[in-house]
Structures are given as structure tokens and as C-alpha cells.
Design a protein around this ligand. Structure first.
Ligand SMILES: Nc1ncnc2c1ncn2[C@@H]1O[C@H](COP(=O)(O)OP(=O)(O)O)[C@@H](O)[C@H]1O
Ligand SMILES: [Mg+2]
Length: 237
């Protein structure tokens, strides 16, 4: 589904990604784990067309998305749940969800809303409330729901556990597990390595712009050396 090869990204004076290659198969959940500043968000922002690739290639299915604009990437069904959720605070929950459907040109804006409400019943209860009045966990659910409204064929999640209390993180990850069981293809970025390895089939570890390790998630989680070196410090809980 997603095939990234030799991706290089530079910001002014910062070499953020250094020859990153990574792939995600159809129906797979792949985790990308790494410390703050490793380049995780840069990677999915490059996939989404939000930051330019200096070199390398990003392919999704038969499409070479490397030079695509963000709106073309989303129209291809590659949808991102951004770091920090970025819901539209002054709009209602329902309006935020309806916006997500604009990724699908011509589709009725309420198509899919029942599925989102089934996954996150709290969003139905709060549908006419302003998104800014929701708790952090509810905003995370809304950000995920908004992406689902665009019928993703590849869902990119950037640190869905960030800043949430453990009980809320469990709710969010339970929903992600349901999406996995439904066959959704997911690239999950996390600092919370324990949770990410539990959910995913495979994982890559990114450090200072380079993939330093990859493998089956269960193998990585069971490897004491790996845990000590890369996974010892989970996001603060
Ligand atoms: N818009 C930007 N302009 C300049 N430097 C950036 C920008 N975004 C990220 N960086 C830098 O690129 C590196 C990788 O950042 P990022 O991809 O956000 O890491 P992560 O998501 O793993 O925490 C960091 O050194 C960060 O400071
Ligand atoms: Mg980030």
C-alpha cells in the first residue's frame, strides 16, 4: 500500500530525514516509534504532501505521490490524523466530521457519520457542541473520526496518545484495535512504544532521521536489548 524509499527531507539547515525506507502492506498496522525530534512527523507530513521531499520516492498503490499536493494526496485516500489533533474549535463536532468528508469529492457530507458514532458514541452525544469544549481525549476521537469520514485507504496517525491520561489512551487504542480488525491499513506514529508495539504487526524505530531497527512488533517488544536502548522511556503518563 505505502512504499517509501530513500526519503530525504531538509528544513533550513536541518537534515530531518536521512534516506528513510519503509513500507506498509494492505491491512497492516505498522508503528513508527522514536524519540522527540527523530523525524516522525516529518515523515508523515512528507507523505501528506505538507513538506517537500528533497529526494527519494513515496508511492501509494500505483501512484507516485512524491510531488503531490496535500489535497491530491487526501483525494487518493491517504488521510492524516495530525499531532495535537487540530480540530476546529469554533465549529461543532458534527461540522468537524462533515469537513472530513470533503476529502471525497461529491460524496454526501453525512455519509459515514453513523460509523464514526458507532466507534465513538460520545461524539454522537456531543455532536452539536463546539469542538473546543471537548476534553483532550474526545478531541482525539474527533480528529480520528474526521479522518474516517474521508474513507481512508491508508490512515496516518501522529501520536494519538500525546498528552492524554492512561484511561483515555486505552479508549483511543481500543478504537484503533477495532479499525485494525476491520482491515484498515494504518501507519501509527507513537512515542508510547509499549502501546504501539501491542497494536501493530510490524514496527520501525526512527532516531535522528534514520531507521535504526525494524521487525515484527512482538519480536521487538520481547528483545531486552531493544527495549533498554530504544523503548525504555515511554511518553509521560
Ligand atoms: N517546520 C520546521 N522547520 C524547521 N525545522 C523543523 C520543522 N519541523 C520539524 N523540524 C525539525 O526537524 C526535526 C524532526 O522533527 P519532527 O519530524 O517534528 O520530529 P518528531 O515528530 O519525531 O518529534 C527536529 O529537529 C525538528 O526541530
Ligand atoms: Mg512529531
Amino acid at each position: 500500500m505505502l512504499d517509501i524509499s530513500d526519503l530525504e527531507v531538509h528544513y533550513d539547515g536541518i537534515h530531518a530525514l536521512r534516506g528513510v525506507s519503509l513500507n506498509v502492506g494492505t491491512g497492516e498496522v505498522v508503528a513508527l516509534i522514536g524519540p522527540n525530534g527523530a523525524g516522525k512527523s516529518t515523515l508523515i507530513n512528507a507523505v501528506s504532501g505538507l513538506v517537500p521531499a528533497a529526494s527519494g520516492a513515496i508511492r501509494v498503490g500505483n501512484d507516485d505521490l512524491t510531488r503531490f499536493k496535500p489535497w491530491t494526496v487526501s483525494a487518493k485516500g491517504v488521510l492524516q490524523v495530525p499531532e495535537g489533533r487540530q480540530v476546529f474549535s469554533e465549529m461543532t463536532v458534527l461540522e468537524n466530521l462533515q469537513l472530513g468528508a470533503t476529502a471525497l469529492h461529491g460524496r454526501p457530507r453525512d455519509a459515514g457519520v453513523e460509523d464514526v458514532f458507532e466507534l465513538f458514541p460520545i461524539l454522537e452525544e456531543r455532536s452539536s457542541q463546539l469542538a473546543g469544549s471537548l476534553s483532550g481525549g474526545q478531541q482525539q476521537m474527533l480528529a480520528i473520526g474526521r479522518a474516517l469520514m474521508g474513507s481512508p485507504k491508508l490512515l496516518l496517525l501522529d501520536e494519538p496518545s500525546l498528552g492524554l491520561a492512561p484511561v483515555v489512551i486505552s479508549q483511543v487504542f481500543a478504537a484503533l484495535k477495532k479499525l485494525k480488525e476491520q482491515g484498515m491499513t494504518i501507519l501509527l506514529i507513537e512515542q508510547n512504544a509499549t502501546l504501539a508495539l501491542e497494536l501493530s504487526n510490524r514496527a520501525y524505530i526512527l532516531d535522528q532521521g534514520r531507521i535504526v531497527l525494524s521487525g515484527d512488533s512482538a519480536d521487538l517488544a520481547a528483545d531486552e536489548g531493544v527495549v533498554a536502548h530504544y523503548l525504555g522511556v515511554d511518553a509521560e503518563e
